[in-house]
Design a protein around this ligand. Structure first.
Ligand code: NAD
Length: 337
């Protein structure tokens, strides 16, 4: 059994812990938190050993009635791999600790690409992570774009990608984020940093991206234009995407007109936390004009990277190839709407 440590038990970390627990070949060795809160209490209720990420604050857990298994260093030492799901920039600070205990580490999209040996998306470059010590699971937006670009490159060749990312202002729990009554060009400089991030997965890709932020918490929305290397019928692209396990084509008959109904559907379907691990592509939006392909897709920022973290664990440890790992992860998590 692969012993997995999760350092940083917030939006991403708690989801990764639950997904790891579902895997037949993995065990959650423990989770580390900086301070007691509702998430620390749930971790304990779920039976995850809780470690203190900051030694000076360890007493706060006892004061809150929460038992601590030890300092985070003990957890990192005992684990085969650590998933760092701390806020942007903290992963970089933790790198020397993972190196000191010789424990391979996965970081999240908020860290810089040059922190790691390779950036990772299971569908696109699984093998690049084999045997690596430091791997970055790319951001929610980069994951969403990579999952669409990989099959298009393989099937038709991609000349150029142009994407406008309409981004949620904050996650539902992020009460300090915004805007609450505005529409921001964000970042206002063009092209945005998202394109170069996708190029950490496909280094020879030509991609320009633009970002905006809107008063929404549920999902991001991508408006995508891909110039292909040949003219393709839209129905062919639909068939291509239908074969992809982490792309959900929203059928017209479902009458899902936006991210509100998508999230409602996920809740109705019994998804934990209403998570939507797949890219949600409006089937009717898939259109071609000459060699240009257009589509709209919804990306659930809180959860699409979760199966990618699970696959990255197997990739780093050389425990499975891409196909085997993706299949196991999909099956155990119930991916495929
Ligand atoms: P979050 O704030 O919800 O969770 C981070 C957790 O780490 C919190 O519980 C925080 O208390 C804890 N923490 C802070 N400092 C720590 C330390 N030194 N050691 C251990 N734990 C510490 O953040 P998040 O949204 O889960 O983001 C984590 C990473 O995932 C970031 O790199 C982010 O860019 C990336 N990411 C976030 C999203 C998203 O939409 N939320 C999507 C994809 C990737």
């Amino acid at each position: 059994m692969i012993q997995v440590a999760i350092n940083g038990y917030g939006t991403i970390g708690k989801r990764v812990a639950d997904a790891v627990r579902e895997q037949p070949d993995m065990e959650v060795r423990g989770v580390a938190k900086t301070r007691p809160n509702f998430e620390a209490e749930t971790a304990v209720d779920k039976g995850f050993p809780l470690y203190a990420a900051v030694e000076e604050r360890a007493d706060q857990f006892a004061d809150a009635g929460l038992e601590i298994a030890g300092p985070v260093e003990d957890l990192v030492d005992a684990a085969d791999v650590v998933v760092d799901a701390t806020p942007s920039g903290i992963g970089a600070e933790n790198k020397s600790m993972y190196e000191a205990y010789d424990t391979p580490a996965l970081y999240q999209g908020g860290e810089d690409a040059d922190l790691v040996d390779t950036s990772f998306n299971a569908r696109s470059n699984f093998e690049d992570a084999t045997g690596a010590d430091h791997v970055r699971v790319v951001s929610c937006n980069t994951t969403g774009l990579s999952r669409v670009i990989a099959p298009l490159r393989e099937a038709y060749g991609v000349e150029k990608v142009r994407a406008t990312l309409v981004r949620r202002g904050g996650d539902p729990g992020q009460t300090s984020r915004g805007p609450i009554n505005d529409i921001l060009p964000n970042p206002v400089t063009i092209p945005s940093h998202h394109g170069p991030d996708v190029e950490t997965i496909f280094d020879d890709l030509d991609i320009d991206t633009l970002g905006m932020k809107v008063p929404a918490t549920l999902m991001h929305m991508h408006s995508l234009n891909v110039t292909l290397e040949e003219e393709v019928d839209a129905s062919e692209v639909r068939d291509l995407f239908a074969e992809e396990s982490r792309l959900f084509l929203i059928p017209e008959r479902m009458d899902i007109d936006g991210s509100g109904k998508l999230k409602e559907y996920a809740l109705d379907a019994g998804r934990p936390r209403g998570d939507v691990w797949e890219n949600c592509i409006w089937e009717e939006s898939i259109s071609t004009v000459g060699d240009d392909l257009y589509l709209f897709q919804g990306i659930h920022q809180e959860s699409d990277v979760v199966p990618e973290n699970v696959d990255a664990i197997r990739a780093v440890l050389g425990e499975a190839d891409a196909e085997e790992s993706i299949e196991t992860t999909n099956e155990t998590m119930g991916i495929g709407l």
